[in-house]
Design a protein around this ligand. Structure first.
Ligand code: BTN
Length: 317
């Protein structure tokens, strides 16, 4: 049965209700056991329409069932509607939330992306979520967190759907030059000044051509358009959480080299000639590499080699 949570004075009261009928008995939020193995679901699973629930809703119990993760997905919350899962996560960050909590929303009224862009997606058609992790990280490694998640999303799309996903540094996920997803990382000081990272992920899953009316910063597409079949969002969500958990543990264990190697492999920006804006100044040059902490290394027109950090720099289109 479809279950969801509506936001009602978060973080103090999280009410669960049956999404198809009326409210509302309070249930405890699910927790998971720690499991180490990481497996991917197959393409067939992702497209199996027999296992789609009748409204194709996200269901917390199905996402967490046999989820093989250590941290990510320790608690899964599904909201029918919120302004932005980043806002909800920010509120939750000031409570005793469980590390690895994931907040999904079926609809966002004020979804946001990097550099003050908005992020919109029709209800029930995307995967829109924020992960909360308690993480003590050197500030200059923040861009690596964005990269780690971009690597994971790209890898999951490639391995589960066999679609040629790529990364446009630092956070855009593209297929055939069109944007299919993005990552937005924000930082919050939680209880006892603990460092908490809010990792927002937006993926266009079952949108059709008609769902992309306006002129966007980048041309956009969806996984279903590229795959020519609708996709089971629950299986995709599970596969993503499992892969993110694997890559997050690589990051936590300081194996940055694995991350940057995979990032380079997926990155379309390397070799491009482009203009980048950094702290209000424009720089033009050729991208030569991704640095060890996730910065974009460019050879500028004057021959200077400069590294740009993802927190400040944006590529000009
Ligand atoms: C980008 O490409 O600029 C990042 C997009 C991130 C969008 C996601 S959707 C879930 C979460 N909530 C938001 O408001 N934004 C992120």
């Amino acid at each position: 049965m479809a279950k969801a949570i509506i936001e009602n004075n978060l973080p103090n009261s999280l009410h669960k209700f049956n999404g198809t009928t009326s409210p509302q008995r309070e249930l405890p939020i699910r927790t998971l056991e720690s499991v180490v193995t990481v497996k991917h679901h197959t393409n067939r699973y992702l497209q199996d329409t027999n296992i789609l629930n009748s409204h194709n809703r996200l269901i917390a119990e199905e996402i967490t069932r046999e989820l093989k993760t250590k941290i990510i997905g320790n608690n899964v919350i599904i909201l029918e509607r919120t302004t932005s899962t980043m806002d909800t996560a920010k509120k939750l960050a000031h409570t005793g939330f469980k590390n690895g909590t994931v907040i999904f929303a079926e609809e966002q009224t004020k979804g946001r992306g990097r550099s003050d862009h908005s992020w919109s997606c029709p209800k029930y058609k995307g995967l829109l979520f924020t992960l909360l992790v308690k993480h003590n990280m050197q500030p200059d490694h923040l861009c690596l967190l964005t990269g780690t998640m971009a690597v994971s999303i790209t890898e999951t799309i490639r391995e589960t759907l066999q679609l040629p996903a790529e990364i446009k540094w630092p956070n855009d996920i593209l297929i055939g030059g069109k944007k299919v997803g993005g990552v937005l990382v924000e930082f919050e000081k939680g209880l006892k000044k603990q460092s908490i990272f809010l990792i927002g992920i937006g993926i266009n899953v079952n949108l059709t051509e008609e769902d992309f009316p306006g002129q966007a910063r980048l041309p956009a597409t969806s996984l279903a358009i590229e795959n020519k079949e609708p996709i089971n969002r629950i299986f995709l969500a599970k596969a993503l959480l499992q892969d993110m958990d694997k890559w997050y543990s690589i990051l936590k264990n300081d194996h940055y080299r694995y991350i940057t190697d995979r990032w380079r492999e997926f990155c379309v920006t390397i070799g491009e000639k482009l203009t980048i804006t950094d702290c209000g100044k424009e720089y033009t040059g050729k991208v030569i590499d991704i640095s060890n902490n996730g910065g974009l290394m460019m050879k500028l027109e004057n021959g200077e080699i400069k590294i740009f950090r993802g927190e400040h720099a944006t590529i000009k289109y």
